[in-house]
Design a protein around this ligand. Structure first.
Ligand code: PLP
Length: 437
């Protein structure tokens, strides 16, 4: 991460931090609003999914904001992320779940563990022992994983809190139905030994954004079958969870005991073709902006950027924006990615470079051939994506428009934002608002 940027007041548009030429402004008030809204729709406890640096928004401020509006769980994909999150919560003086997980303290679930044999798992410097020491909830899908986790728990003289992940039709992680009886029996045995406690049974939906596909009903059916097998093995998980944002919004039966909200927390729709973020009442939290570092006039026919893939159709004003694919601007945005400058909706012309793109600001001459003044100046703010009304500014493209332009999804647009872009936090006391329950 570049040098950290201090929290700034939400009212004024803060100035560019230090030497950076671009920044992502993250509106924590929007995140808080989205969290409250999703919690109300769900009607059950919720997990804020903050993997991948909170979808590019920044782990710490997002996690603390989510906790401040009632998230009782935080979820990350990888163990390293979970350990970083625990360190961050300890630093912020957030309580850990005490031995018996019944209190108010938020819990952290992580679902991708490093592969290791039981001997390595039991070693002094074992990452799985670090996971247990960090009071994490861990996912388990296979017997070798259970063996490693049991070895770590024995060595650590503790009980691992596990969520049994079953495959209900995504064919990604999770135990297959035919492997479940043996895995459930082994879990039961490990419970008897006192090294694990199976607290959760969970899975993930593959087509929650296709409400009429019948896919989610099939997932639910397979989930119920898994639940039966688990019960027969004598396990009694008390936390059943299946839904991410799409399931939370569009499949009430999938809400169960806990929902895992990622994209909605950031104010984006899991599928804008089903419902847009504004239709859902969600507020996009990230605005990516930069300052024009050069404005120039080019002649008709002049080619722009590597390969000369775009040629000026007339004499044009063009602007230089210091953001490129190393900052997460998809190269697929060449000659298509929308950029707003002072109420003008412009677009990238030519190829996206590693560190910069050129945008077309419009014709340089009127019909009589007389020179037109440049419609934008060096230093003017170029907004790549954000919430249109957040700055009272017209011509703000959205992450959804970027996704469409680049043939991808809004998740990828925000999450791939490069580490070089400073994140600046506004709103909700800029992340300091977490009050211990
Ligand atoms: C990423 C992820 C989520 C969150 O999904 P959204 O669609 O962003 O809400 C939930 N559960 C799992 C297992 C995930 O990998």
């Amino acid at each position: 991460m570049p040098p950290s940027t201090a929290p700034e007041a939400s009212a004024a548009r803060p100035s560019l931090p230090g030497a950076a030429t671009s920044r992502a402004v993250i509106d924590l008030e929007a995140v808080a609003h989205n969290g409250r809204l999703l919690a109300q729709v769900a009607g059950v406890p919720w997990m804020a999914v903050v993997k991948a640096d909170a979808y590019g928004h920044g782990l710490g401020p997002i996690a603390l904001t989510a906790l401040s509006v009632g998230a009782s769980w935080l979820g990350v994909a990888q163990l390293a992320e979970a350990l970083a999150l625990r360190a961050l919560l300890d630093e912020a003086d957030v309580d850990r779940p005490a031995g018996e997980p019944s209190g108010q303290a938020p819990r952290i679930l992580t679902w991708l563990l490093p592969v290791m044999d039981p001997a390595r798992a039991a070693a002094e410097d074992s990452p799985l022992r670090a996971a247990l020491a960090a009071d994490l909830d861990l996912s388990v899908s296979t017997l070798p994983q259970l063996e490693a986790l049991s070895a770590a728990a024995r060595a650590q003289a503790t009980t691992a809190r596990l969520h049994l992940k079953v495959d209900t039709g995504m064919s990604r992680g999770g135990a297959m139905a035919e492997d479940l009886p043996a895995l459930a029996a082994a879990l039961r045995q490990a419970e008897d030994e006192g090294v694990v406690d199976v607290v959760g049974l969970w899975s993930h939906l593959s087509r929650a954004d296709e409400p009429t596909s019948g896919s989610t009903e099939q997932h639910l059916e397979r989930y119920r079958q898994a639940e039966q097998i688990v019960q027969e093995a004598g396990l009694r998980p008390s936390i059943h969870h299946l839904a991410a944002t799409g399931g939370l919004l569009w499949h009430p039966d999938a809400r169960m005991d806990l929902v895992r909200a990622g994209i909605g927390l950031y104010g984006l729709s899991p599928d804008p073709s089903v419902a847009t973020s504004s239709e859902l009442g969600l507020q996009p939290a990230m605005r990516l902006e930069s300052a024009l570092v050069q404005v120039k006039r080019i002649d008709a026919g002049q080619a722009v950027s590597y390969g000369g893939t775009w040629c000026a159709p007339t004499d044009r004003w063009v602007g230089l924006v210091p953001l490129g694919y190393s900052d997460g601007i998809p190269r697929a945005a060449g000659s298509t990615g929308p950029v707003g400058v002072d109420g003008i909706m412009s677009s990238i012309v030519g190829r996206v470079c590693m560190d910069q793109v050129v945008i077309d600001l419009g014709p340089a001459r009127d019909e009589t051939g007389a020179l037109l003044p440049a419609p934008a100046q060096v230093g003017d703010t170029a907004v790549l994506w954000g919430a249109p009304d957040a700055v009272g500014q017209e011509a703000v493209p959205t992450a959804d428009e970027w996704a469409q332009a680049c043939g991808t999804i809004n998740y990828e647009i925000v999450t791939r934002l490069g580490a070089r872009v400073p994140r600046c936090y506004v709103g909700a006391e800029a992340g300091g608002g977490y009050a211990r329950p």
